[in-house]
Design a protein around this ligand. Structure first.
Ligand SMILES: [Zn+2]
Length: 226
């Protein structure tokens, strides 16, 4: 199963996208205690990989709190994770929708990305500017998908092989483009159709989810065989 987080911080207890560091650690510990093996998205999508009980941790948007609060937990437990960054937001003052604090709500800087890369954290693309790709014309959508890949690769010196659709918004055409741009796979949340490499279903974990709800979500995903 693939878990989808956004923010990990103690700053916004009422915010749906912010999970507290304590809850995040409790969730990770629970999965490990239940015998789930932490794997990267590469291992997860590798058909030769035979690990039955495995989980991936992913984060969307690339908020600075991933570095401050999630990264220490990931290192402590040896968890591989993928952070989907909005390429043109990294190292800038640009803020994601609904957030206004320049310190707490800023995106990662490249030197923070570099430090996490050295500790086995992978970086995927969440487009250049976080638009709803289904509303763009073909050329604009292609740039968001392909140019973001090139841009992140240039800044990290690593291949960028996974994509995450902004707002989870996509369609067949967009999924085709992601494939043609050379990505190995792409992640979604709330996926009702048949999963495939360009629609890898994830469990969205939110700030208002109690630990009980988290466990229920895991159970449901297991039943669905994901
Ligand atoms: Zn996003």
């Amino acid at each position: 199963m693939i878990l989808a987080y956004h923010r990990i911080n103690p700053w916004y207890p009422g915010d749906a996208l912010s999970v507290s560091p304590e809850m995040f650690e409790r969730q990770i510990k629970f999965l490990l205690e239940k015998g789930f093996e932490p794997v990267s998205l590469y291992q997860y999508t590798d058909e030769k990989e035979r690990i039955k009980k495995k989980f991936c941790v992913t984060f969307d948007d690339g908020f600075v709190d991933n570095f401050i609060f999630a990264f220490p937990v990931l290192k402590k437990y040896g968890i591989k994770a993928t952070i989907f960054i909005t390429a043109h937001f990294v190292g800038t003052d640009r803020l994601h929708r609904n957030y206004t604090d320049r310190e707490k709500d800023r995106c990662l800087r490249w030197k923070e990305v570099q430090e996490m890369l050295r500790a086995n954290i992978d970086f995927g693309s969440h487009s250049l500017r976080h638009p709803d790709l289904t509303t763009l014309d073909r050329k604009q959508a292609w740039d968001e998908i392909f140019e973001s890949k090139k841009f992140i690769q240039k800044n990290t010196g690593r291949k960028v092989d996974f994509f995450c659709y902004p707002y989870g918004r996509q369609n067949k055409k967009i999924r085709e483009m992601v494939k043609n741009a050379g990505y190995l796979g792409a992640v979604v949340t709330n996926w009702k159709d048949k999963p495939d490499r360009y629609a890898l279903p994830r469990i969205g974990v939110y700030g208002h989810n109690s630990f009980f709800i988290f466990r229920m979500k895991l159970c449901l995903q297991r039943i669905r065989g994901r």
